[in-house]
Design a protein around this ligand. Sequence first.
Ligand SMILES: Nc1ncnc2c1ncn2[C@@H]1O[C@H](COP(=O)(O)OP(=O)(O)OP(=O)(O)O)[C@@H](O)[C@H]1O
Ligand SMILES: [Mg+2]
Length: 498
Amino acid sequence: MEKAVEFVKINKHFPGAHVLKDVSFSVYAGEVHALLGENGAGKSTLLNILHGVYAEYEGEVLLHGKKVSFKGPNDAIVNGKISKVHQETLVVKDLTVGQNVTLGYEPRKGVFVDYAKMNKDVDEILGQLNCKFKSSDLVSELTAGEMQMLAIARALYHHSNIISLDEPTASLTMKETEALFEVIQKLKKAGVTILYVSHRLEEIFQICDRATILRDGEYIETITVAESTREDLIHSMVGRSVAAVASRLKPSPMTDEVVLSVDKLSGDKFSEVSFELHKGEILGFFGLVGAGRTEVMRTIIGADDKISGKIHLNGKEIPRIWNTKKALNAGIGLLPEDRKTQGFMNLSMNYENVAISSLEKYMKGPFVNTKKKIVNAKHYFEEMDVHPRRVDYLTKNMSGGNQQKVILARWMSTDVDIIIFDEPTKGVDVAAKAEIYRLMEQLVEEGKSLIVVSSELPEAMGISDRMLIMCEGKITAELSKKIDFNEDSILNYAIGGI
Ligand SMILES: Nc1ncnc2c1ncn2[C@@H]1O[C@H](COP(=O)(O)OP(=O)(O)OP(=O)(O)O)[C@@H](O)[C@H]1O
Ligand SMILES: [Mg+2]
């Protein structure tokens, strides 16, 4: 087998942290190779080394048998024929698709950009990728999935024969994910080597040939996917057995008392949404990406304006002027889906980011008791197995999944009675997911009430007392756990069938 990529004894240090330790393995040409591991295992760091984002490291990277060292990602794309597609694809919103795909390397006629050729070339690539949008479309009009296709188109424009995808499906709709998988198969057939990172294990079984597992910066093993089970992979990643499915361990403390009632609420992207949340309940909101669930939640906490309808909190109608601050004071908070833009303060340490929404808790008269903040953060870091277990780390230097845990800890620290979690386990590894479900159970036991917006059906089914299904801005079904939780019918409601 020809080796497309070889990592030889890679070591990577950040100040105070040794995050890759003697990692060696190879990726065959033309295979889809998964990179697996818990949050903070070092997956993204290794890809960053491969793609020239980090120039400083020990060890060697070989592409097709030749040692390489790139000056930066662009150098890697142009001279190494190797591209990285990641979630926050960098695009210039005001430009067209074609301009973004060819950015910096536009076809030219003399000194001028040859737009006709640009559009022809890019449209041809988009055609190969089965894309419905065109080179001349504005990037600002693309969906998350289309944005990802744009990044792949850029890779193909530069004739990349090695492409890595770091959690590409986290924000994609089911259709977009299917389309992406088709493209991956097609690229594979054309001989392109793919490196694939995802916390959704079912995807690994769907599209990957082999998988390399990292744990705590160390190489564990490389396995053939078809010869392994889900349990094997989890055990290898975590080093022990972990329940791979979401489930409730304790009896539900749900009562009849209604703490939140929403009556015919309409907003920009949803209409006539009505439901009640009970004290001690975990209410699941399931739907496909784009169903309007996030917008409903944002309207409830006053981040977006409502068009019509009523909201009652503990029996009292919310005041006419309503915003997130007032909502928080009234005891309701939202953990947002998009942690990068709405999540944490970039230059703060973890313990500060955990404390942001519960500042009164750490006051001693007029003074802030920093020690209290630290103790509080440490508690949740233990509970959720945050890695590194350091509350004095800059949050921005944590891995993606661990940043999500920092934000979860923030919401768990607040005194609000109602917490809305929007996609709480996005990018979170299997072991940490299980911990987060336990913490949710603890919260309802303490008398809080939760709404959990989730696009992962097993998760929504596993942890909810009741589920509301949304499709295209409307609630299409209300199901209770004991009677109606059934995978097929839930999916049917989510795509608008009856
Ligand atoms: N710039 C940095 N400074 C200090 N530490 C860093 C920096 N970037 C990453 N790290 C640390 O390196 C380790 C590996 O992080 P990495 O992002 O590679 O993990 P990952 O496997 O991609 O995790 P996830 O599944 O959460 O995305 C983490 O402990 C992280 O905190
Ligand atoms: Mg990562």
